[in-house]
Design a protein around this ligand. Structure first.
Ligand SMILES: [Mn+2]
Length: 460
C-alpha cells in the first residue's frame, strides 16, 4: 500500500468485485476430516522421542573406539534467522550427527570427545546459557543440568568457551595429535572451524564417514522410531487410497497425506511429498501438486513422514478411478514382480547393486511385448534404492549388507508417451537370514488397493 492513502471507492469496488468473481468461480471450501481411523491403528499418537542417555553414551563410545586416539568436535545446527530464512521459529532442525550423539535439539552447541593414548576418555558439551529474558519469547531452554540428564554427558559449559576451550580440551586430554571434525562442503568454509583448527599443528580429519558407519546399522531405538515413521506413512497411503477420486486436485490428496502425518505425531515431511497424476506420474520428483486428477489416471504417491528425525520413504501407485485398466495392471504387476525379485535378493553379504540387478533382470525377463520393441527395463531409469534413516537418502555409501541396515526397494516403469508411470517403493530391514518388510501396512497388491479404494470416504 502506498503511504497512508485511504483506499478510494474504486479500489474498494475492485476488491469487492474480485471477491464476487472468486465466490462464483471457486468451489465451496471443503473441510477435510480424513484418516482418524487410520491413525487409531498406529497405536496412540506419541510425541517426539529421544534415545535414553545410555544409548547415546554407547554411540559415543563406539565412535571413540573407531578413532582410537584423538579429539572429536561435532557442531550443532545453527538457529535460523526468522527474518531472513523462514517465517517459523519451529523450523529449526538439529544436525543429524549432533542429535545422534547427544539427543539434544539445542542450536549453537558443540560436542567435544577425546580419547587419550593412555586410554582415558572425556566428553564435554557446550550449549548456550539460559537467558530468562529471551525465554519469555522462546519458552524454556535446557539448562546445563537438563542437557547433562538427556545426553548423559556430565561436563557441560557455555558455548562461548569454544574459543580457546577446544585447544585446552585437546591438549589437556592427552595431547591428541588428530582432530576429527565434520568436513563437508558446508563446514569446510566454516570460519569458526577454520580458526579453531587449521592454524595449529594438528592433523585434521573428517569425522563424518566414521559417524555414517555407525548410523548405517540401526540400534534398537532407531528401528523402533523408524518403524513408527513407516507406520504413519503407511496410514497416510491408506488414507490417500480412501480419499482419491476423479476431479480432486493433487494438492487435496497431499493435504490428506500430510494431515495424517501430523496427526500421527510426525514433526514434518522427510522430503517434499510427490503426488503425481497422469502426465506427472512419469516425472520422478514432481512435487508441485497442482493438477486436477481425472478418471483413468494413475497417481504416483511417493511420501515419507519424519518422526523424531527418522524418515520413511514409501511409494504407491493407484488408479484415481479406483480400478486399474488392464494395461495399467499389466505394467503394475511387472513392477511388483521386479520389486519382489529385488527384495528376495536382500540378505547379509548382498549389496544395493545386487538388488538392482535382480529387479532389473526380472523386469527384462518378464516384459513380453508390454513395452513394444524394447524390454520394460529400458523405462526403469533410476537406481533400485538407497539407505533410509535420519536422512531420506541416508549416509553409508555402497556398504555390504549387515543385519540392522534399512534400505528402500523401488523399481519403476515410466512410459511418457502414455502418461503412464508406476513406482512401488518399500522399506526393508536386513535381518540375520534375509529381510523384513517394514512397510507392509500399506497395501501393494493391486486387488487389495482396489478393495480399499472401494471403501471411499467422503470429503464432505
Ligand atoms: Mn526413495
Amino acid at each position: 500500500m502506498s503511504n497512508h492513502a485511504r483506499p478510494g471507492a474504486a479500489t474498494v469496488l475492485a476488491a469487492l468485485s474480485h471477491t464476487i468473481v472468486l465466490a462464483c468461480v471457486a468451489a465451496p471450501l471443503v473441510v477435510v476430516t480424513p484418516a482418524t481411523a487410520q491413525i487409531a491403528e498406529v497405536e496412540a499418537a506419541l510425541p517426539f522421542q529421544v534415545p535414553a542417555a545410555e544409548v547415546l553414551a554407547a554411540r559415543r563410545a563406539s565412535l571413540l573406539d573407531s578413532i582410537g586416539t584423538g579429539v572429536v568436535l561435532v557442531r550443532s545446527a545453527d538457529e535460523r534467522s526468522m527474518d531472513r530464512d523462514y517465517p517459523q521459529a519451529s523450523d529449526f532442525r538439529q544436525n543429524n550427527d549432533f542429535l545422534y550423539l547427544t539427543g539434544l535439539e539445542t542450536p549453537d552447541s558443540w560436542l567435544l570427545l577425546s580419547s587419550a593414548p593412555d586410554g582415558s576418555r572425556h566428553e564435554r558439551l557446550l550449549i548456550p546459557e539460559r537467558n530468562e529474558m529471551m525465554e519469555s519469547w522462546t519458552g524454556r531452554k535446557p539448562s546445563f543440568e537438563d542437557a547433562a540428564a538427556i545426553s548423559g554427558i556430565s561436563d557441560v559449559a557455555a558455548t562461548e568457551e569454544i574459543d580457546g576451550g577446544v585447544r585446552r580440551f585437546a591438549f589437556r586430554r592427552g595431547g591428541a595429535a588428530t582432530v576429527y571434525v565434520p568436513l563437508s562442503d558446508r563446514t569446510r568454509d566454516d570460519e569458526l572451524v577454520e580458526r579453531l583448527l587449521f592454524d595449529w599443528p594438528l592433523e585434521v580429519r573428517d569425522v563424518e564417514p566414521l559417524i555414517a558407519k555407525l548410523r548405517l546399522v540401526k540400534d534398537e531405538f532407531e528401528l523402533r522410531t523408524l518403524q513408527r515413521a513407516i507406520d504413519i506413512t503407511a496410514a497416510a497411503h491408506r488414507a490417500a487410497m480412501q480419499h482419491a477420486r476423479p476431479g480432486m486436485y493433487e494438492y487435496e490428496l497431499e493435504a490428506v497425506i500430510e494431515y495424517t502425518f501430523r496427526a500421527g505425531g510426525a514433526e514434518r515431511v522427510g522430503f517434499p511429498s510427490i503426488v503425481g497424476s497422469g502426465p506427472n506420474s512419469v516425472v520422478l520428483h514432481y512435487d508441485k501438486s497442482r493438477r486436477r486428477m481425472e478418471a483413468g489416471d494413475l497417481v504416483v504417491i511417493d511420501i515419507g513422514a519424519e518422526y523424531s528425525y527418522y524418515t520413511a520413504d514409501v511409494t504407491r501407485t493407484i488408479p484415481v478411478s479406483g480400478e486399474f485398466t488392464d494395461r495399467q495392471r499389466a505394467i503394475y504387476t511387472l513392477v511388483l514382480g521386479a520389486q519382489q525379485a529385488g527384495m528376495d535378493a536382500v540378505k547379509p553379504g548382498a549389496t544395493i547393486q545386487a538388488v538392482h540387478a535382480a529387479a532389473r533382470a526380472y523386469m527384462k525377463d518378464h516384459s513380453g511385448d508390454l513395452c513394444g520393441d524394447k524390454t520394460c527395463d529400458a523405462f526403469f531409469v533410476h537406481g533400485v534404492g538407497h539407505w533410509i534413516g535420519m536422512d531420506v537418502h541416508d549416509v553409508g555409501g555402497g556398504a555390504v549388507f549387515e543385519p540392522g541396515m534399512v534400505l528402500t526397494v523401488e523399481p519403476g516403469i515410466y512410459l511418457a508417451d502414455e502418461e503412464l508411470g508406476v513406482r512401488i517403493e518399500d522399506d526393508v530391514l536386513v535381518t540375520e537370514t534375509g529381510y523384513r518388510l517394514m512397510s507392509d501396512k500399506a497395501p501393494r497388491d493391486p486387488d487389495e488397493i482396489e478393495a480399499l479404494m472401494r471403501q471411499r470416504l467422503s470429503l464432505n
